[in-house]
Design a protein around this ligand. Structure first.
Ligand code: ZN
Length: 141
């Protein structure tokens, strides 16, 4: 006989929420099982700036092998289908064409090449380099 989620909750068995997270009733509230599993291994309840990621992207799979600590920032990128190679993010999907493109396509570099600086200065008396870079960046932003 299969139990309803409500019965499973009462019997302290694992059930799933609408998002697919495995839950269990404990201490008078619903608990995400992957967090409880993780806390068996890690003492910190909440590592600031970090998330727990389901490596196989299945929120119901709370096996400890499937859980990894990841920075919040990396976590967002991972779920936004960014591509990482040798620990560095190299590609992300374009909102318009949906293709995965190199990050350079989205973000202008904020440094100045010497050649570019020479062009801007154009032989005039140079301002301080840091002012120049600030000015240039404020045009981009
Ligand atoms: Zn995740």
């Amino acid at each position: 006989m299969t139990q309803s989620p409500e019965e499973k909750r009462i019997n302290c068995e694992v059930y799933f929420d609408k998002k697919g997270y495995a839950l269990i009733w404990k201490n008078g509230k619903d608990n995400k099982v992957y967090i409880l599993e993780f806390e068996k291994y890690i003492y910190h309840k909440k590592l600031k700036g970090y998330d727990i990621h389901h490596t196989d992207f299945n929120k119901g799979n709370y096996k400890i092998e499937n859980l990894e600590i990841i920075t919040k920032s990396d976590h967002l990128k991972l779920h936004a289908n960014w591509v990482r190679k040798d620990g560095e993010w190299i590609l992300k999907p374009c909102k318009d064409c949906k293709k995965k493109l190199p990050l350079d396509n989205f973000y202008q570099r904020k440094g100045l090449t010497l050649r570019a600086m020479g062009k801007i200065l154009g032989g005039k008396h140079p301002q301080s380099v840091s002012n120049l870079i600030k000015k240039r960046n404020s045009k981009i932003l």
